[in-house]
Structures are given as structure tokens and as C-alpha cells.
Design a protein around this ligand. Structure first.
Ligand SMILES: *Cc1c(COP(=O)(O)O)cnc(C)c1O
Length: 501
């Protein structure tokens, strides 16, 4: 299978090349030239398979230039019980007859990013070998919290890779910072940037775009690459869990094979919900995709009106992983739904860059309207939902999942559609402990409590142990103390690579 750029100014390439490049040199994103179909008969065969086997089926459909053995190896190195604390990998939990929760946070960093970032390093190192590239791959990441840690865990000690994560010194939670600066592994570096997330992100983009620097690195046998969700290698592993969740319901007799269901996805960069869209186009029986946003509701407005307008105030919320105004992966959806028209796609993206908005055409909008529904929840609504879900089901959810369920309730009210629905639960409640404890037990309960006391309280509330990745963080050695100004990030990359030799 071949991949093409959404901007149409780059040649068609195989998946290994697309994963190695990350982003297309014409500024576009790589998409598959055709979307493979999974028939009902094949779904039936997959019903009795485990997560690993189902994931391998989906990956083999898209990554046809990898051998079956290579895919199987990548899958077993990633989705195993050393890395995930649930044998089901991505278990589905039933709340009532029509409402189910897909728990995507059983990986090492307690957020759904692990589902893709555990396997991406293996796909990437195999891609380098396949394309005859013998350089060491250097992954640069700018993170606002979750991606950095998940990428570090995925890439640590993976041969022929190095990973350097930049985070804003004041811009991540105490827990997130501790998770990163105690990171072990012989090929990892973590650097605090004096600035905000945008400064860190711009610094990384400048490094990627600096041709001279990249040529210099190449002479030293290094190649820069990205672990961001613009990389196709981040999206394709996510398609698998939508299939797996559906098949779990079939296997348990909760839905009959072929019966359509809805998915609700708490959304930021549009990566997770785009994977659900691919699953739908592949023939997975899905009726509606419900896009849930927080107060940064640019996608809600877009899905309702066809106008994408980022000219609005950026809001910091209790679901920080969804605090985003430019949803990069939307470009891929637009390309698929506008009839693969790269001219239109390029025009809209240019308009977003120049005038901070664009307006899609009638036909594209009609297609979006048929497949998607959207809504948003502010912080107090999200807190209320966390509390009521706990009271009703004795089940503790995190703030991002809270946004998802709140929007689902709005959907129910607006449409009366009682189709069985799965909510993608994107983080463990332990990761956002303060807000979650506050939602369930009230403001007084969190007064003067430190992060670790809050974890203990949550363990009691939820009846679950503190996840391995968050436990004892206060007792771990701090291994990373580098701090740079936003103008010195490139020099820092040089220093790090030099001292690595
Ligand atoms: C990254 C993230 C999201 C947003 O996912 P996108 O693929 O960017 O839409 C939602 N919730 C959590 C917990 C995340 O880490």
C-alpha cells in the first residue's frame, strides 16, 4: 500500500518511508492512498482473538511493506504484561446496558498515548533498516506533559535511537515533571526550557527546519525524527483498539455482529478520533463519532458550522491534554472527505496560517455532519460528571474522560439516540489526582495534601492500587537537571549528542 501527502506536492511512498519521515516535506501529512476493508466474516474470525492478534491484523492491512514476522515482533515487544498492567491491554468496562468505557491507560505512563508510543519505536527502527538508513534516529519532542513521558518510556534503551524531550519549565504539573526528570534509560535526555509550551514547540520546529544543522547531523550519522501524532506510525496502532473494543462487546454478547455502535472521544489534536474514523471507513460497524472538547471548543464550532476559527482565547483547563487550538490531524480528515483534493486542502491550511480560519465547502461539511457530532464541557461540568459517575457506578474517571461522558450526556439529550456507546477513556484518574479527588470528595479533602497523599486517597476511593508508573516517584533519583533558554535549544542538542559518543 502507498501513502500520499495531503498537500499533493510529494511522491507516493511506502509506509516505512512515511513513518521515518514523520511529516511530508511539502508540509502535508501522509495518508494511505486507499483504505483497506475488513469484512464481517473477518470480524467474526477476530472475535475470539486476543488484543495482540487483533492489532496485528490491523497493522498488516496498512503496513504492507513490513513482513508478517516483523509486525508480529513489534506487537509482542509492545503489548505485553511487562508494559501493561492489564492482560486485556485495553479492557472494556460496562457501566450499564448501553454505556461502556474503553480503558486506554493501562500502559506505563497511565495515558492513552502509550497505546501508540510503545510500538512506534519498533516500527521506526525497522523502517530505518528497511529504507537502508544506518543512522541513529534522534527523536525530538516538545511536550506539554503526557507525550514526553510516553515517548521516553517507548524509546528508552531502544537500540540505534536517542530521545531528547523539551518541556516548559513552568508549564507541566509537578507529577508530570517528576515523571520525566526521573526517567531511566541510556539513550534519554530531558531538558527544561525557560519559556512556555509554544516556545519549546517553536524551538523544536526550528531545529527540524534548519537544513544546515540537519546536514551536519547527517554527516555525524544522526537523523532527526518525530514522535508526534502527525506521524502515521502514531495513528495506525490506535485503529486497532476501536476494532478490539467492538469485538469485545460481540464476544460478550452485548452487541450482535454487525450492529452499529457509537464512540465518544475526548479530543485535542484530533489523532485519537481520526483513528476511529479510519476504523469506520474500514467497515467497523460504527454509527456516530462524537467529538468531545473542553472549553477550548474550536472543534465543536467547526463540526457544527464548517468554519474552523482559531481566533479565540486559549484557556487552561483541568483536562490539559486537550488544551489546544490547532488540531493538526483534522487535515487528514478533510483530505479524505473533500474527495482527496490536495488543492482545496492546501488552500484551507494556508488560510488557517494567514488569517487563522477557513471555511470548508458544502459537500465536505455535509459528509462531516453525517459522521460526527460534537459538544464541549467546561471545568465545573466536568467535575460534576466525575462526581455523578462515581455516585452512580462507584467508578472513578479522570478529567478527560469526564469531558467525554459529559458530552455524551448532552448528545443523549439532544438526539435521544440510545445506540450502545463506548467512551474512549484516555487517562488514569491517578494522573489527574487533585481534580479527581476534589470532584468526588469536595474542596476540603484536597487542602494541604501533597501529590502522594492524594494518590493514596484515590487508591482507597477507586479500590485500585496506585499505578506502577506513579508510585514512589518521590523516592526516585532525579537524573535530568538540564535547563536552557529558548534560544539555546539547538546547541543543547549538539552538546547532548556529543557527550553521547
Ligand atoms: C493527548 C490526549 C488527548 C487528546 O488526544 P488527541 O489525539 O490529541 O485528540 C486526550 N486525553 C488525554 C489524556 C491525552 O493525553
Amino acid at each position: 500500500m502507498l501513502y500520499e501527502s495531503t498537500r499533493g506536492q510529494f511522491k507516493k511512498i511506502l509506509s516505512a518511508e512515511a513513518i521515518k519521515l514523520g511529516i511530508s516535506p511539502d508540509g502535508g501529512l501522509f495518508v494511505p492512498c486507499e483504505i483497506p476493508m475488513i469484512s464481517i466474516n473477518r470480524l467474526k474470525e477476530m472475535t475470539n482473538q486476543d488484543y495482540q492478534a487483533r492489532a496485528a491484523v490491523i497493522l498488516k492491512e496498512y503496513l504492507t511493506d513490513y513482513s508478517e514476522e516483523e509486525i508480529d515482533e513489534c506487537v509482542s515487544l509492545s503489548y505485553n504484561q511487562e508494559k501493561f498492567d492489564s492482560p486485556a491491554i485495553a479492557p472494556v468496562r460496562q457501566l450499564d446496558d448501553s454505556l461502556y468505557i474503553l480503558e486506554l491507560w493501562h500502559g506505563p505512563t497511565c495515558a492513552f498515548k502509550d497505546m501508540a508510543l510503545q510500538i512506534l519505536p519498533h516500527l521506526l527502527t525497522k523502517a530505518a533498516v528497511k529504507t537502508g538508513d544506518i543512522s541513529t534516529i534522534v527523536i525530538l519532542v516538545a511536550t506539554s506533559g503526557d507525550t514526553g513521558k510516553a515517548a521516553l518510556e517507548g524509546f528508552k534503551d531502544v537500540p540505534r535511537t536517542r530521545i531528547i524531550v523539551f518541556y516548559p519549565e513552568q508549564g507541566v504539573s509537578a507529577m508530570q515533571q517528576l515523571q520525566m526528570i526521573t526517567q531511566e534509560g541510556n539513550n534519554v535526555d530531558v531538558v527544561a526550557v525557560r519559556g512556555n509550551f509554544d516556545d519549546a514547540q517553536n524551538g523544536v520546529k526550528d531545529i527540524f527546519g534548519n537544513t544546515g544543522f540537519n546536514q551536519d547531523l547527517h554527516r555525524k550519522n544522526y537523523r532527526l525524527s518525530s514522535a508526534n501524532s502527525i506521524n502515521w506510525g502514531r495513528l495506525v496502532p490506535q485503529v486497532a483498539y476501536y476494532f478490539s473494543a467492538y469485538l469485545d462487546l460481540v464476544a460478550k454478547g452485548n452487541v450482535t455482529l454487525g450492529e452499529k455502535i457509537n464512540f465518544v472521544v475526548p479530543t485535542g489534536n484530533f489523532g485519537n478520533i481520526l483513528s476511529a474514523y479510519y476504523a469506520l471507513e474500514m467497515g467497523l460497524p460504527i454509527s456516530r463519532l462524537i467529538c468531545a472538547s473542553n472549553a477550548n471548543n474550536v472543534l465543536t464550532d467547526f463540526i457544527r458550522t464548517g468554519v474552523y476559527n482559531r481566533k479565540r482565547q486559549f484557556r487552561k483547563t483541568i483536562s490539559p491534554s486537550m488544551d489546544i487550538l490547532i488540531s493538526s490531524n483534522l487535515e487528514r480528515l478533510l483530505y479524505h472527505l473533500n474527495g482527496r483534493d490536495h488543492t482545496k486542502t492546501s488552500e484551507w491550511m494556508a488560510s488557517l496560517k494567514d488569517s487563522e480560519k477557513y471555511h470548508v465547502d458544502e459537500l465536505t461539511f455535509a459528509r462531516i455532519d453525517r459522521l460526527f457530532w460534537s459538544g464541549f464541557a467546561n471545568d465545573s461540568e466536568t467535575m460534576e460528571t466525575i462526581r455523578s459517575i462515581f455516585q452512580k457506578y462507584n467508578y472513578v474517571i479522570d478529567t478527560h474522560t469526564g469531558v467525554g461522558i459529559n458530552v455524551y450526556n448532552k448528545y443523549l439529550k439532544a438526539t435521544g439516540d440510545t445506540t450502545k456507546t463506548i467512551i474512549a477513556s484516555t487517562a488514569s484518574p491517578f494522573k489527574f489526582n487533585t481534580s479527581v479527588v476534589q470532584a468526588v470528595l469536595g474542596d476540603d479533602a484536597v487542602q494541604n495534601k501533597n501529590e502522594f497523599e492524594l494518590l493514596e486517597m484515590l487508591a482507597v476511593l477507586s479500590g485500585n492500587g496506585i499505578p506502577f508508573g506513579l508510585k514512589d516517584l518521590d523516592k526516585k533519583t532525579i537524573l535530568h537537571r538540564r535547563t536552557v533558554s529558548k534560544n539555546n535549544m539547538r546547541d543543547e542538542v549538539n552538546n547532548i549528542l556529543q557527550s553521547a559518543n
